[in-house]
Design a protein around this ligand. Structure first.
Ligand code: DHB
Length: 402
């Protein structure tokens, strides 16, 4: 932590992940003060492995706040990606179909840059700040009570005009909305992802999403010399139960092309983890002076990498609304926030669900579902408009286009 955090601010931001940090930066550019409270230590926030694709709008936001130097140096712009099924591949050329590309740049790196920038500005960001209560959000002086520095740490109260809950799907902020006002939508998928990082050059210059006979596989990358890959595994899988060679064998089988033209390069695996998959949306995203953003309000399964992009889209809308309100006391945009954000959330939820169900093999094996998934892939293969629709969703719709 830098200087001691103030006891009063305009916007108290609960959560120092990409949503909370990006919001703090966007607010600063609009002349609005904030304090960011993060429950975990800095090292933990900076080492968490998450997805790695940035939509055009997310790249723009990173540029706006000045967190783009390392991204421009080390990020990998991609024009397209491949879908692979039934032993053949279909390329989706985003650049040609939509005029935009995406950037391969890991969420971990985005987070590191946003933290460094916050500290460079000398703006309050408190790590190890466990939020105990978000209170009085139905009044015009809400507050956040938190304990700083572990279980014997000191308890502080931060008073604010507005509280933003950007504290993930298990964070405390959402509980400040009375239960009877909340609608919750959820879908749990009957499979998880086993993800690896490996010190080997990517086997394909673009991402490959495969529906293999035994399940989904994704070939991604972190740099020209680091491969990131995932395979569908049963829920509850222990990552250590998979030997390295077994992972490579399974990836090879799922990516195989009938013409034999694909070879997977193998190398030392440096990280293995399992991610469960679910979709979740809670409505509304605002109650009184409390606003939710990112995973605190919605979770998407990882297929298509929408989680970070949705979080950034939320806070772009929210920063505009709060900036307007602090400057003029006009509440129009603030009142529209939940509906505006939720339109994009549901679009991304549908897209992520579609990508997931189209590319995974359901272990409970309904042949009807399988034929629908294959039919969707055939449609994408044979129709440019189907490819364009997929590409538009993948590269992300412009703010205000929904
Ligand atoms: C990655 C993750 C995703 O969920 C995805 O759709 C693409 C890439 C990644 O971690 O690289």
């Amino acid at each position: 932590m830098s200087a001691p955090a103030p006891e009063r601010t305009q916007v108290a931001i609960v959560g120092g992940g990409p949503a909370g940090l990006m919001l703090a930066h966007l607010l600063r550019l609009r002349g609005v003060d904030s304090v960011v409270l993060e429950s975990r230590p800095r090292e933990r926030v900076e080492t968490r492995q998450r997805a790695g694709i940035l939509e055009h709008g997310t790249v723009e936001a990173l540029r706006e706040v000045g967190a783009d130097a390392r991204m421009d140096e080390l990020g990998l712009p991609h024009d397209g990606f491949e879908l692979r099924f039934a032993g053949r591949g279909v390329r989706v050329d985003m650049q040609e179909l939509t005029g935009e590309r995406v950037m391969i740049w890991a969420q971990t790196e985005v987070t590191k840059d946003l933290i460094a920038l916050r500290l460079d500005h000398g703006e309050p960001l408190v790590f190890d700040a466990e939020v105990l209560a978000v209170s009085d959000v139905e009044t015009d002086s809400p507050s956040v009570r938190y304990r700083h520095g572990g279980s014997d740490g000191e308890v502080h109260v931060l008073h604010a005009d507005v509280v933003v809950g950007a504290d993930g799907s298990y964070g405390p902020s959402r509980r400040a909305i009375p239960e009877h006002l909340v609608r919750r939508f959820e879908r749990v998928y009957p499979y998880s992802w086993l993800g690896i990082l490996a010190d080997v050059a990517p086997s394909s210059h673009e991402l490959v999403y495969a529906r293999g006979r035994t399940g989904f596989a994704l070939a991604s990358m972190r740099s020209p010399s680091v491969t990131r890959a995932y395979i569908q595994v049963p829920n509850g899988t222990d990552p250590q139960s998979w030997a390295d060679e077994a992972i490579w064998d399974e990836l090879s089988a799922r990516f195989a092309l009938d013409d034999g033209s694909f070879t997977l390069s193998r190398g030392p695996i440096t990280d293995k983890s399992v991610t469960p998959m679910r979709s979740m949306v809670t409505e509304p995203m605002r109650h009184g002076r409390l606003f939710l953003a990112g995973d605190a309000a919605h979770i998407v399964p990882p297929t298509g990498a929408k989680g970070l992009n949705l979080a950034v889209a939320d806070v772009r809308v929210l920063a505009e609304a709060l900036g307007e309100w602090f400057a003029t006391k006009d509440e129009t945009l603030m009142d529209a926030y939940s509906d505006t954000a939720l339109r994009r959330v549901w679009r991304a939820s549908h897209f992520s669900w579609t990508m997931t169900t189209m590319l995974h093999v359901d272990p409970d094996g309904d042949p009807f579902d399988e034929q629908l998934a294959l039919s969707h892939l055939h449609h994408i293969e044979s129709s440019e408009s189907a490819r364009r629709a997929l590409a538009e969703n993948y590269r992300g719709l412009a703010l205000g286009a929904l």
